[in-house]
Design a protein around this ligand. Structure first.
Ligand SMILES: Cc1cc2nc3c(=O)[nH]c(=O)nc-3n(C[C@H](O)[C@H](O)[C@H](O)COP(=O)(O)OP(=O)(O)OC[C@H]3O[C@@H](n4cnc5c(N)ncnc54)[C@H](O)[C@@H]3O)c2cc1C
Length: 388
């Protein structure tokens, strides 16, 4: 299946990542899913081979690559039958530290993240009472001497149990003391081992997919003042930067999922014979697969456009959002088509399609839901009034 020009220039990355994932085999991911177990061996292997340090500059021990290469790594994991959701956090969280961390923070943490000694896989933004309305969040960080004291609650915070560090967004200046509601928010780098049981508790949320995610409770957690990333009060701007990277990488994962479903559907339709011939000889079987392919290619083009802007330091909020929306819808349609093409076998766990179908559904909700993307496009691209 052709890949857009710039992103097709990395066959060696594609081949190596695909070989690593396939080395684990479909049964590995299926069994982890059934047991709701973290794919530790898989993430360890990605780390050992240096893929998780792709975006870390060479001076800190990483590969010094751009978002384009990172997007290819994530896409190929999903295309080969794996799920990047177990590890993608490190890619975009690390980027926040890299872009906004101090020289000391970068020198202290980046080499350890690059070597795999530390994992920075978690980002805590969402809260139970405010949901998508991020700037209304209630978690407070109050400066007391050389510390910030954290009080509040987060929800759906992923990979905490398999991470050493977490980026936390909290309010440092009360909402009624700032001009714009996006002011007065700050980000912190939390040492999870030091925090657990000492002002921070977690409660895992069992969910539709094999995705480690948690409720998090803060009750007087003390963070050293040196955990602040960047300037106090500017955290929302920093987190948005990371969110654009996150949306682009997840869009690439959805393109990978769509390719997985399309390849499986086309192969099965060619080999399955009913009524004396392969089912693919019927247009009604062919056309949805061709439509899924077309939608995947459109999504891929948007992903490429967003990456080009991101990697050249240009604003890319709309492009990152649109790429994520179109890609998540393309992968969902491709998954639905793949199930339909397989008939009853699409429901069998051993075919892995139902697992991938559940996994790709998440991306119409997280990290940002489709309605909020449409609202962004309506207001930022089309000049219509904000509806909330
Ligand atoms: C498995 C999983 C993992 C996650 N991991 C993380 C993580 O690691 N870190 C983190 O911070 N968060 C994480 N999230 C949270 C995720 O980003 C949110 O669930 C998502 O942003 C939606 O927020 P919400 O669930 O509070 O929905 P709500 O904000 O309550 O929205 C519910 C529905 O209403 C719609 N809606 C809300 N307001 C409007 C409006 N004004 N106009 C139109 N429609 C509207 C939304 O589009 C949505 O469909 C995760 C979520 C899941 C499910």
């Amino acid at each position: 299946m052709p890949i857009p020009a710039a992103r097709s220039d990395y066959p060696e990355i594609r081949d190596a990542v695909r070989a690593l994932v396939r080395g684990f085999g479909d049964a590995y991911f299926r069994e982890k899913d059934e047991a709701r177990e973290y794919p530790e061996e898989f993430v360890e292997s990605l780390t050992k081979e240096g893929w998780m340090a792709a975006l870390i500059p060479a001076e800190f021990g990483g590969a010094g690559l751009g978002l384009i290469e990172a997007s290819i790594i994530m896409e190929e994991i999903n295309r080969a039958g794996g799920n990047s959701g177990a590890c993608h956090g490190q890619m975009y969280n690390m980027n926040t530290l890299l872009r906004h961390g101090s020289a000391e923070q970068k020198a202290k943490f980046l080499p350890q993240i690059a070597s795999g000694a530390l994992r920075l896989q978690s980002m805590a933004v969402t809260e139970p009472t405010t949901g998508t309305n991020t700037t209304d969040l209630k978690t407070r960080a109050v400066r007391k001497g050389d510390s910030y004291v954290i009080e509040g609650q987060k929800v759906w915070i992923s990979r905490i149990q398999h991470s050493d560090l977490m980026i936390l967004l909290a309010r440092t200046t009360p909402r009624d003391e700032v001009k714009r509601k996006s002011d007065g928010l700050s980000i912190f780098l939390v040492d999870l081992h030091a925090a657990l049981g000492k002002g921070m508790e977690i409660r895992p949320i069992r969910n539709m997919v094999n995705h480690e995610t948690n409720e998090v409770f803060f009750d007087g957690l003390e963070l050293p003042a040196s955990s602040l990333i960047g300037e106090e009060g500017k955290g929302f701007r920093y987190i948005l930067d990371g969110m654009n990277a996150e949306r682009i990488l997840i869009a690439a994962e959805c393109v990978g999922d769509a390719r997985y479903f399309i390849e499986r559907a086309a192969a099965y339709a060619s080999e399955r014979e009913v009524f004396g011939g392969p089912i693919c000889q019927n247009q009604v079987i062919q056309f949805p697969i061709a439509r899924a392919y077309t939608q995947m290619r459109a999504a891929d083009a948007l992903v490429s456009q967003a990456i080009e802007l991101f990697d050249s330091g240009e604003p890319c909020g709309s492009e990152a959002n649109m790429a994520k929306m179109v890609a998540s819808e393309a992968s969902w349609f491709a998954g639905d088509t793949c199930i339909q093409t397989h008939g009853g076998y699409g429901f069998a766990e051993e075919y892995d399609i139902e697992r991938k179908f559940r996994e790709t559904r998440l991306y119409q909700v997280a990290p940002i839901s489709t309605n909020l993307i449409l609202s962004h496009v309506a207001t930022h691209e089309l000049g219509m009034p904000k509806s909330f």
